[in-house]
Design a binder for this molecule. Structure first.
Ligand SMILES: [Zn+2]
Ligand SMILES: [Zn+2]
Length: 464
């Protein structure tokens, strides 16, 4: 046994993030009670470097939990985004315990593991929203919550020492297009059990107001596409099944045929069909048929909204897509936001289209709403704290400024205390709230060309 073993006692409820606290990406959270740990999410981040064509995949350094793997009771995955499940196929063998998640996330995980040559966790236990599972000393209840990918769940985690709400990524969307609308009664009920803590998404805490509903995006895309004359290409994130669902409706209404360009879109669409979140649409056609259709009957959903090298959108911009060539008078709609760091490739992409007489509509230039964020703005955070009424708020999933803003909102809406820290810090949730800095080693692993993971070299300080 290592000298660094850190073990929660029977009266303790602890939270220890190894990734995603103080940054947006590669989430890895640990909850500790009575000698056991529960992992929530295990994601990757894409390190973008302008000198490289492809971004590099990085994972949190899991050393702490590898050393404590005998105490690890299980892993829960909250939703299908890469920053929450992407590292599972790469790391799971180092701490092989049962993995619990909702059917869509499980299906995406199986396909991702197959695509990357990684391992599918086994057993992979599917839980429906609303269900509960006993995992070690923890009772975990899956609370359905709205986000930009379906089947996302917040977690109400209870043990003998206390209870907490882990919100996962979320927004309040009353009409999300796919899956049930946001139900605040679930969070009021969780609050009735006197939550010791809420661990909460901070991504948009500095944005005032309320996020936009997917139903408004559907209406905006409907009006925008209806006004177009030539072919229309809509670029969006592949995991946004609601957006794909809306575009199938747009195709029906505007009498266009729809084709999905890009492997990740096809993977996500087929995963959604498999678990019954989408129905097969007769409007959907193979990309090979696009060339035979009149321009005004063509609607395309494409990957590559971040200007990624080799993605469908970039090949369309370069005129190198094997199944389709755009021409002057066609329209490209960017139904997405630019992830910070991707401004340059996206600008290059837009310029290349415009130079060919192709109209580009992005969320800045659009008259209609063509994109919505999947994260809560300030008003939504305030509601969540009013419903859940925790003693302690622990903002995560953000940089320090996002987490600090989230902490202020929590305090202003009834939380007695809010604590912000970073990866490797130990948060005491019960019996008494508190924070111990730098308890676990933190770092990153990076994947090389052959798929091997190795610790990221930390640049040495120059010797004086
Ligand atoms: Zn996330
Ligand atoms: Zn997410």
């Amino acid at each position: 046994m290592s000298a660094r073993m850190i073990t929660p006692g029977p009266k303790d409820l602890w939270f220890l993030p190894l990734g995603g606290c103080g940054e947006i990406g590669m989430n890895l959270n640990l909850y500790g009670h009575n000698g056991a740990w529960l992992m929530v999410d295990c994601g990757i981040t894409f390190e973008r470097d302008t000198h490289r064509i492809r971004p590099r995949v990085q994972t949190p350094d899991p050393q702490f939990i590898v050393e404590h793997k005998d105490a690890l009771a299980g892993i829960v995955l909250t939703h299908a985004h890469e920053d929450h499940i992407g590292a599972m196929p790469l790391l799971w063998e180092r701490f092989p315990v049962p993995v619990y998640t909702t059917p869509f996330t499980a299906e995406v995980l199986r396909r991702k593991a197959a695509g990357r040559g990684g391992k599918v966790p086994s057993p992979l236990i599917e839980c429906l929203p609303g269900e509960s599972q006993r995992i070690g000393p923890f009772d975990v209840r899956w609370l359905p919550i709205t986000h930009s990918t379906p089947d996302t769940c917040a977690l109400h985690i209870r043990c003998d020492a206390g209870n907490l709400l882990h919100t996962a990524d979320w927004k309040i969307d009353r009409a999300p297009q796919v899956g049930p609308g946001f139900d605040d009664a679930l969070f009021t009920a969780a609050g009735d059990s006197q939550l010791d803590a809420v661990i909460c998404d901070s991504t948009n805490a500095v944005v005032p107001g309320h996020s936009i509903s997917e139903s408004e995006v559907r209406d905006g895309l409907m009006k925008t596409v209806a006004a177009c004359e030539g072919r229309v290409v809509v670029a969006c994130f592949a995991s946004n099944i609601a957006r794909i669902h809306s575009l199938i409706n747009v195709a029906n209404k505007t009498k266009r045929y729809l084709s999905l360009l890009g492997r990740s879109l096809q993977t996500m669409h087929s995963a959604a069909l498999t678990v019954g979140l989408l129905e097969r649409s007769p409007r959907l056609i193979e990309a090979g048929h696009l060339g035979y259709l009149p321009r005004e009957e063509v609607l395309i959903v494409a990957t590559g909204s971040q200007g990624e090298h080799g993605a469908a959108l970039q090949r369309l911009a370069n005129g190198s897509h094997p199944q389709l060539e755009l021409e002057s008078g066609d329209t490209v709609i960017l139904s997405s936001r630019i992830i910070p760091g991707n401004e340059e490739p996206v600008e290059r992409l837009i310029k290349r289209f415009r130079d060919q007489g192709i109209t580009v509509i992005d969320s800045d230039s659009a008259v209609q709403t063509v994109h919505a964020s999947g994260h809560p703005c300030a008003d939504e955070l305030a509601f969540m704290y009013q419903w859940s009424r925790p003693r302690l708020a622990v903002p995560v999933h953000g940089e320090q400024r996002h987490m600090k803003a989230n902490a202020r909102i929590a305090r202003a809406n009834g939380a007695k205390m809010a604590l912000t820290g970073e990866n490797g810090d130990l948060f005491y949730l019960a019996p008494e709230p508190g924070l111990r800095r730098k308890v676990a080693r933190v770092g990153r692993l990076e994947q090389d060309e052959e798929g091997r993971l190795s610790p990221l070299a930390v640049p040495e300080l120059p010797t004086a």
